[in-house]
Design a protein around this ligand. Structure first.
Ligand code: ACO
Length: 434
């Protein structure tokens, strides 16, 4: 059978190269351009990686045209309705849903690892009380590398899986301490009589002087939110973790690099920016003004929580989260002070979805559009939103790191460039420069 290839011709020399076309389970086929440099002495240029596949992956599939998101083949809608964040993290790491025994073993291992070294507490004190929570996350997660460096051999599969379990176990502990540092309350240790999400909420909100009552709806809503953020294919932060990991850097250092990337408001920082935007709009009757600003070519204002590099139809996570948002507000606090913000959000979504500018550019609400309202309803301050995203996405980051380290094509990531700087020139001593 004739193998499928693309022929690329250099019209200036007439030389050609046959590049194989590779097909995955789903999605657009890719052209393997590895021979391009060898045969034609050329690289490809793709700023922003809009058409470049950086790896082979069996973890997550997303189809932006049809709004499909699958983790290890399972649709996000089914996972969000029927699974738990802890089970989804197992699925991402191990490739299959666990049996009851496997899940019990996994949960007990996560509980065994959920404490952090006492010395790590001191790192928090180095930060100002008003430091942005994400700056603390970057630093403290990076500092974890110092506790697991000599003892972690990244070439050893058992060490790698142990590291993945450690990360998932410790992220709620670190994230909740970031919050406690900001509000000046004592750190709360994990309580192994609680489940993963209950423990996270307890470490966030309990204080030693009185019992803390967990609200089952709040636990359920946070669990769902964490599932929706657990992984999302080769986005900027995941690609950062892979690139850092490709140098065989310590995995905690690689995760810290991913957290840095997530912080930006074009990525995970958008959930924080959405709430700020809704507050700035202030009233549903002002929505038009902000939509007009977003459309104005002379104004670089954008509607936060709208648009996505890959989803050009709808973001399936946004559909789930918008429903969860209504449920949380109805179940937990029918008279919530968040209702006006919700009304602004709904008006904004309605107007934007009917507007030619947004329709033409296929700009739909993304997962961040409603997630901030849920987090706020749970009592989580705006500056902590991206920390929750980071705790959830750690599962996807470390699953991708595991996959990278096992990849038979493993090599350091090293993009090329098109050099557009000065031609070679001679150095002129300072006293001779005009
Ligand atoms: N508001 C107004 N216009 C927008 C928006 C927006 N939110 N997003 C894109 N556009 C416009 C652009 O101005 C551009 O218009 P033009 O073709 O007339 O120049 C067009 O839509 C395409 O935009 P790009 O920036 O080329 O799209 P890209 O794929 O590079 O960016 C991104 C995607 C970064 C998510 C962008 O839509 C954005 O900035 N959104 C707001 C921030 C946000 O919500 N980020 C969260 C992303 S999801 C996540 O990380 C979980």
């Amino acid at each position: 059978m004739k193998s499928e290839t693309v022929t690329i011709t250099d019209n200036s020399t007439g030389k050609t190269v046959e590049c194989p076309i590779l097909k995955g389970t789903y999605g657009a086929p890719v052209i393997d351009t590895a021979a391009l440099y060898k045969e034609l002495g050329m690289f490809t240029l793709d700023p922003g990686f809009t058409t470049t596949a950086s790896c082979r992956s069996a973890i997550t599939y997303l189809d932006g045209e049809h709004g499909i998101l699958l983790h290890r083949g399972y649709p996000i809608e089914q996972l969000a309705e029927q699974s738990s964040f802890l089970e989804v993290s197992y699925l991402l790491l191990h490739g299959e849903l666990p049996t009851a025994d496997e899940f019990a073993d996994y949960e007990s291992q996560i509980k065994r690892y959920n404490n952090v070294h006492e010395h790590l507490m001191r790192f928090f004190n180095g930060y100002r009380y008003d430091a942005h929570p994400m700056s603390i996350m970057v630093g403290v997660t990076g500092a974890m590398a110092s506790y697991y460096h000599e003892t972690v051999d990244v070439k050893n599969p058992e060490h790698r899986m142990q590291t993945a379990h450690r990360l998932i176990a410790k992220m709620p502990n670190i994230g909740s301490k970031v919050y406690k540092h900001g509000v000046g309350e004592p750190f709360i240790y994990p309580d192994n009589s609680l489940g993963y999400i209950e423990n996270l909420m307890n470490m966030m909100f309990a204080i030693p002087s009185e019992p803390y009552e967990l609200h089952p709806q709040a636990v359920q809503a946070l669990d769902k939110l964490m599932i929706l953020h657990a992984d999302h294919e080769q986005n900027a932060s995941t690609s950062t973790v892979r690139l850092s990991g490709s140098s065989e850097a310590n995995p905690f250092a690689a995760i810290s690099a991913g957290i840095s990337t997530l912080w930006g408001k074009a990525h995970g920082g958008a959930n924080e920016a959405v709430l700020e935007m809704l507050e700035e709009i202030g009233d549903p009757k002002n929505v038009h003004k902000f939509v007009d600003r977003a459309k104005d070519k002379n104004d670089n204002y954008r509607l936060m929580g709208f648009g996505h590099r890959v989803y050009k139809n709808f973001d399936p996570r946004a559909t789930i989260i918008s429903k969860a948002c209504h449920e949380v507000l109805d179940d937990m606090d029918p008279n919530s002070e968040l209702r006006p913000l919700m009304e602004i959000a709904m008006e904004l979504e309605k107007i934007a979805l009917e507007d030619e500018y947004f329709i033409e550019r296929k700009l739909y609400p993304n997962v961040d559009f409603y997630s901030g309202i849920i987090l706020r309803a749970l009592g989580i301050p705006t500056s902590m939103f991206t920390v929750f995203f980071a705790m959830a996405r750690s599962a996807g980051w470390i699953a991708n790191w595991l996959e990278l380290m096992e990849d038979p094509d493993f090599r350091i990531g090293r993009p090329r460039q098109l050099y557009i700087g000065s031609e070679k020139r001679d150095y002129i001593p300072l006293d001779k420069r005009g």
